[in-house]
Write a protein that binds this ligand. Structure first.
Ligand code: SAH
Ligand code: MG
Length: 200
C-alpha cells in the first residue's frame, strides 16, 4: 500500500501535540524492519489510538492484506476512522470499537493473523497474550510495546503508583521467556518492545 509520507508526518505531529502515546520512532523502525521482511497478509492491533501505527503498518501489507485494530476510547476511535479515511485506507484497515479483552474473544480460532501488535493497557497484557496466542498463526509473530515501562520493570521499583502495572509486566516477561511455545526477544529501546514468535 502506498502512503503519503508528508501526511503521515503531519498525523504523527498532531498526535504528539495531543499527547496521544503513539509508537516512538526507534521502536517503529524496528517493527517496520520486521514487517518489511514478513509482508503480512493479516495483522491484528490492540490499541488503535488515532490510527497512526495501523496506517504506517499498512505500507507493509501483502497485496490484499488487512489490518484489524481495536480501540475502546470513543473519541480516539472516531479520530482513527477519520484519519483512515483521509488516507483512503478504509478497505485495508478495520477498526473495532470496544474493549480488546472482550473483542479478541469474539474473533475465531481460525483467524490466523501473521502478526499481532499489543499496544494497550499494560495491566491486561497477560490476558491479551493469551488471546493473541490463540489468534496468531503457527509460527506467527506477536509484538508488544511498552513492556519495560520506562525502565521500571527491570529496576527494583516498588512505588505504589505503578506497582500493579509493573508487577504484571514482570509476570508477562516471565511468561514469554519461560513458556515453551514462545520464542521471545525483549529490546531495551524507548519504552521496551518484545518480539515473540509463537510455535503452537
Ligand atoms: N498503537 C497506537 C498507540 C496506542 S496508545 C499508535 O502507535 O499509533 C494505546 C491505546 O490503547 C489508547 O488509545 C487506549 O484507549 C487503548 N486501550 C487501552 N486499553 C484498551 C483495551 N483494553 N481495549 C481497547 N483499547 C484499549
Ligand atoms: Mg505504546
Amino acid at each position: 500500500m502506498q502512503i503519503d509520507g508528508n501526511m503521515l508526518e503531519e498525523l504523527k505531529k498532531e498526535a504528539m501535540q495531543n499527547f496521544v502515546p503513539i509508537l516512538r520512532d526507534n521502536t517503529m523502525k524496528l517493527i517496520e524492519e520486521r514487517l518489511e521482511l514478513l509482508r503480512p497478509k493479516k495483522i491484528l492491533e490492540v490499541g488503535t489510538a488515532v490510527g497512526y501505527s495501523a496506517i504506517t503498518f499498512s505500507k507493509y501489507l501483502d497485496e490484499g492484506g488487512k489490518i484489524d485494530t481495536i480501540e475502546r476510547n470513543d473519541k480516539r476511535y472516531e479520530k482513527a476512522l477519520e484519519n483512515i479515511s483521509k488516507f483512503n485506507l478504509q478497505n485495508a484497515i478495520n477498526v473495532i470499537f470496544g474493549d480488546a479483552k472482550e473483542e479478541m474473544k469474539k474473533l475465531p480460532d481460525s483467524s490466523n493473523y501473521d502478526v499481532i501488535f499489543i499496544d494497550a493497557a499494560k495491566g491486561q497484557y497477560i490476558a491479551f497474550l493469551e488471546e493473541a496466542k490463540r489468534l496468531v498463526k503457527n509460527g506467527g509473530l506477536i509484538i508488544a510495546d511498552n513492556v519495560l515501562f520506562r525502565g521500571l520493570v527491570l529496576s527494583d521499583y516498588n512505588e505504589h503508583k505503578n506497582r500493579t502495572a509493573v508487577n504484571r509486566l514482570r509476570e508477562f516477561l516471565k511468561i514469554i521467556k519461560e513458556e515453551k511455545c514462545f520464542d521471545s526477544e525483549v529490546i531495551d529501546i524507548d519504552d521496551g518492545v518484545a518480539f515473540i514468535t509463537v510455535n503452537k
